[in-house]
Design a protein around this ligand. Structure first.
Ligand code: NAD
Length: 469
């Protein structure tokens, strides 16, 4: 099947035979053969994914360092350890998740069996972005394999070294009849999406999410969309400023800000801003030293296009911390902007880089109104030493996920569903939520052949008397 589009090569002529048709039908035939259904098969493939992570650890660290200047510690944590957690959780629980779920029956069905079967969908497509180029295809892949599907993985063409590593190494670990990697960009993905899949799991930007959902609609294919947006971070007047600054700076500047759930902007009073600025300056200095460009722990922007976009955003408001850039290295210093207005360019799009604007509000109600006046984000963050304030923000806003008094950490728990709402996405994954996402919940009733007298009332000729009324 690799020859059938596995290298992503495309002839570009929309009227010709689809270059991925052969691959998709090969995978469909494998799925129909029932090969992926036994638990032992799924577990073997999942364990092979673990071996891929172990054997290729060094290459993964090198590829992500080359693509994103990712610090080895950050890469090991986000690209390897979190994937292994997911594998561990899935391998430990798969037999339980796969079991038929018995459900309540009516009096007349006491002799029958009613249950929910977790059926695989069939052939699944996973499309991933570049910011965590291993994690963001591998974690959904764990769920898709666990649920018994055949899968095509389409990594991002922007993180080039990692894309090549995945395309060359991953197929050696998985059953080639059931799992394939397709490489390429917009053109290849467009052709790929013309095929009928049974489920599409997309991670990326909201505009491309719309493109994917439109393509899926042609085949009535269900989708999960893991998208992005601007994640607000409210900081109340009562909190430990040093801890807030460290937790916010870590979440904003991890992976040079290229994280879908990074706190995108701060909302606080002018008094809190005055306390936060020196604390943020100190946190940045503690983490990356006086010149973050020389820190081995601070990343780079993935592409020239992203670098130019981010540099233009530095024109919003006034630089209070950082602001230095170096085009040759695609370096943007950890930056904090003040005097930012709601209509400034930086407040119109997801930043996705190491820039943190501060928006001034006068109180919590105004912060909540501001959050609710915008698209629903992937994450809302609230910091306060008063639990009531954190609860108020939780109760009066809507977002994919929520984290009180910290940033990013909710994503590390496989026991929590991860996903967006509205403009930030549709559906969830992680742990059992992934398994359920990639399983069709098939409602099943199995009846005995006897006791026909119990069925008599429902047959014509109809009569109220047969029901005893
Ligand atoms: P993107 O939407 O540009 O690309 C994502 C994938 O879609 C890539 O594989 C790309 O090749 C493909 N693609 C791009 N344009 C396409 C088109 N016109 N037709 C078909 N396929 C196309 O996103 P990106 O720049 O790679 O990633 C950044 C975005 O992803 C941000 O918005 C970020 O918030 C979001 N994101 C979300 C999550 C999450 O879990 N919710 C995680 C990481 C990133």
């Amino acid at each position: 099947p690799e020859g059938d589009g596995g290298n992503g090569s495309v002839d570009g002529d929309a009227t010709s035979r689809n270059p991925f048709e052969g691959l998709v039908s090969h995978l469909r035939a494998s799925w129909l053969s029932g090969k992926t259904r036994p638990m032992e098969y799924r577990m073997a493939q999942l364990k092979a994914l673990g071996h891929f992570l172990d054997d290729k650890k060094q290459q993964i660290l090198e590829a992500t360092a080359s693509d994103l200047g990712k610090a080895p510690f950050e890469a090991e944590l986000s690209e390897i350890l979190l994937c292994k957690n997911e594998l561990h959780e899935t391998l430990n629980n798969l037999s339980c998740w796969m079991k038929d779920e018995q459900v309540d029956r009516t009096l007349a069905m006491q002799l029958d069996s009613a249950f929910i079967r977790k059926d695989p969908y069939g052939v699944v497509l996973i499309i991933a972005p570049w910011n965590y180029p291993i994690h963001l295809f591998l974690v959904p892949l764990v769920g898709a394999i666990a649920a018994g599907n055949c899968v095509i993985v389409k990594p991002s063409e922007v993180s080039k070294k990692t894309e090549r590593l995945v395309a060359e190494a991953l197929p050696d670990y998985l059953d080639k009849d059931c799992f394939a990697v397709v490489t390429g960009g917009v053109q290849e993905t467009t052709r790929l999406l013309e095929n009928k899949f049974d489920y599409i799991f997309f991670t990326g930007s909201p505009p491309v999410g719309r493109v994917v959902m439109t393509a899926a609609a042609k085949h009535l294919t269900p989708v999960t969309l893991e998208l992005g947006g601007k994640n607000p971070c409210y900081v109340s007047d009562t909190c430990d400023v040093t801890n807030v600054a460290r937790r916010v700076a870590w979440g904003r500047f991890f992976n040079a800000g290229q994280t879908c759930i990074a706190p995108d902007y701060l909302l606080c009073t002018i008094e809190m801003q005055e306390k936060l600025l020196p604390a943020l300056r100190k946190a940045i200095d503690d983490f990356y030293g006086p010149n973050p460009r020389e820190s081995p722990d601070f990343g780079r922007i993935v592409s020239d296009k992203q670098f130019q976009r981010l540099r233009a955003l530095l024109g919003s408001g006034r630089v209070a911390i950082g602001g230095q850039t170096d085009e040759a290295e695609r370096y943007i210093a950890p930056t904090v902007l003040v005097d930012v207005q709601p209509l400034d360019p930086i407040m119109q799009e997801e930043i996705f880089g190491p820039i943190l604007p501060i928006m001034i509000i006068t109180n919590m109600d105004e912060a909540i109104d501001f959050i609710n006046s915008r698209e629903r984000p992937l994450a809302v963050y609230a910091f306060s030493s008063d639990d009531k304030v954190v609860n108020q923000v939780l109760e009066r806003t809507s977002s994919g996920g929520f984290c009180g008094n910290d940033t990013l950490m909710h994503v590390t728990l496989p026991s929590l569903p991860f996903g967006g709402i509205g403009n930030s996405g549709l559906g969830t994954h992680h742990g059992k939520f992934s398994f359920d996402t990639f399983s069709h919940h098939r409602g099943c009733l199995k009846r005995g052949m006897g006791w026909e007298c119990l069925n008599a009332p429902r047959y014509p000729p109809y009569s109220q008397q047969k029901f005893g009324v």
